[in-house]
Design a protein around this ligand. Sequence first.
Ligand code: HEM
Length: 309
Amino acid sequence: MIHQISDEVIDKFIDDGEVEIVKQFASQVPIRVISNMLGLPREDEDTFVEWYQALIAGLGFGGEHLTAGLKARNDMWDYIDPLIAERSKNPGEDLLSRICVAEMNGSRMTPEEIKGFVALLLAAGGDTTEKAIANMWYHLMYTRPDQLQDVIDNEGLWEDAFTEMMRYDPVVHAQFRYTTREIPMHNDVIPERAGVILYLGAGNRDERAFKDPDTFDIHRDDLHMGKENRSGRYKDGKNGHLGFGIGQHFCMGYAMARQESAIACSKLAARINNPRPKHAKHAGISSPSIDSGGFRTPAELWMEFDKNP
Ligand code: HEM
């Protein structure tokens, strides 16, 4: 399904010789994959993508974005309500059906809870993955164009590029927690019930964990490439990046995000030759910016290419 959706998205711009990666590629694939997983009718997919984009922009910014986001949310809920009713009675194999009929201690989720779960999937699985894809292309085009050629020559390296991007410039830079007890740390003590911000991005650049941490290098040998298996230290001396969090709340969708990004990007790379930045200079990755929802990503990213005959 990811292969098919990636090809459909690429078909729309492949004859143009250029693409704005954020809007035309990265922000298209993950949400269409989630829409399919939920089992929404394919003919409604474009509308679903529009609602999603308005909703995510509304989450990150106030004013007219918030008004448009709330309207999109209400329209989406009006659309999903009858589907929830139908699939609760006649469940299929799709994820929405499974959420509708899942039971815990003999009870199912209410329609409000089911919609909350769908909203969580959109923000946690769509918004993050699209920004990861864009960040990866940004670094391959502007930071290490030599390594862009490496992934084009060897599609197996897309997972390595994804992993190094998650270390070097993760989409989610910080997590917020309260301490449940006193935490002694670095000759100081964080008191109980203190609000703390954990900077995942800073941990990923810790020189005690990674050699030359401020260098983007998809061939580094001190990072666990590919399959994440929780974060932190491994027995073999390598480290995992913290881009998917750490511990009990470690990202539930990490495998999907990595695989989806690798498949979509290798599909695109296979259909183009000589990919290059359209603009010599770029403003870089930032947060928050319009449509970023607070996660880090380039505002836009133009690439030119020759079509692979
Ligand atoms: C590159 C893409 C992604 C990034 C950067 C990312 C990042 C994160 C991070 C940092 C957390 C930890 C939150 C915390 O500690 O409080 C998290 C949790 C979570 N993620 Fe992801 N995520 C990604 C993709 C996905 C996908 C594709 C899905 C599902 C389809 C997903 C579903 C979740 C869920 C449900 C949680 C909550 C887990 C819990 O609280 O036990 N994520 N993610």
